[in-house]
Design a protein. Structure first.
Length: 235
């Protein structure tokens, strides 16, 4: 993999990380930038957006959230078949990344870091919260970064079945309280979700990433694309 000149990597990392809480990422960003010219080009193209996200981070947990997004971008860019755009819909207006694989149809990828143990209730809450951000006219993947030693510790299938069961019971109050306008809207938004990938950075090998596919998605993410994403997350 092509590398970036160390001096250039240090300057970019210092500028992006800033002097606030984001500064704790400076050393790691320098290493990432120096090790990959593709990641360095990505950061340079989106330098202003990344810098704003880190400068606005209110606490260390928020910094780690941004780090998760950048770590995923770096890993995907190790595969030259992937091209990434950051926040194509504007800040807060849609998924974090718009991704093209093998010059095919772009798909959207939302990355979120779970700040609590990955039990079914936590996963259900994340999925439900992120459905609001998924655009209706493109394939969508949700990536959930968790802590622990195995990605399959997060049972996405069980979490989604629990949400479906609530919807079948017409529990509109439950969904409305969480920002979804009733069960009908929930089912419509769920059709936008092509699948969920769970990424456990500290795990080893194949245990680092697992996937759940939404068989009822209106626009499916191609199986080969999901496999390629998983391969990048399991180096």
């Amino acid at each position: 993999m092509a590398r970036t000149r160390p001096g250039s990597a240090e300057r970019t990392a210092r500028d992006v990380a800033g002097a606030g809480l984001g500064g704790e990422l400076e050393a790691e960003l320098t290493w990432w930038l120096a090790g990959s010219s593709r990641f360095a080009a990505f950061v340079e193209a989106h330098r202003s957006k990344i810098r704003k996200k880190l400068h606005r981070a209110a606490d260390e947990a928020s910094v780690r959230d941004v780090r998760a997004e950048l770590a995923v971008a770096r890993l995907l860019l190790t595969d030259r078949r992937f091209e990434l755009t950051f926040e194509a819909y504007g800040r807060g207006g849609g998924p974090d990344f718009t991704v093209t694989y093998r010059a095919g149809r772009p798909f959207d990828l939302e990355v979120t870091r779970l700040r609590r143990p990955p039990d079914a209730a936590a996963i259900a809450s994340v999925v439900l919260g992120k459905l609001r951000q998924l655009p209706p006219n493109s394939p969508n993947l949700l990536l959930i970064a968790i802590e622990g030693d195995a990605a399959d510790a997060a049972d996405v299938g069980t979490a989604v079945r629990a949400l479906r069961a609530r919807a079948d019971r017409k529990d509109d109050a439950y969904f409305a309280f969480r920002g979804i306008d009733g069960t009908r809207t929930f089912y419509d938004r769920l059709l936008r979700l092509g699948g969920v990938i769970v990424w456990c950075e500290m795990a080893v090998g194949d245990r680092r990433a697992a996937s759940w596919v939404n068989g009822s998605a209106r626009i499916a993410v191609p199986e080969a694309t999901t496999r390629a994403v998983l391969a990048c997350l399991r180096p």
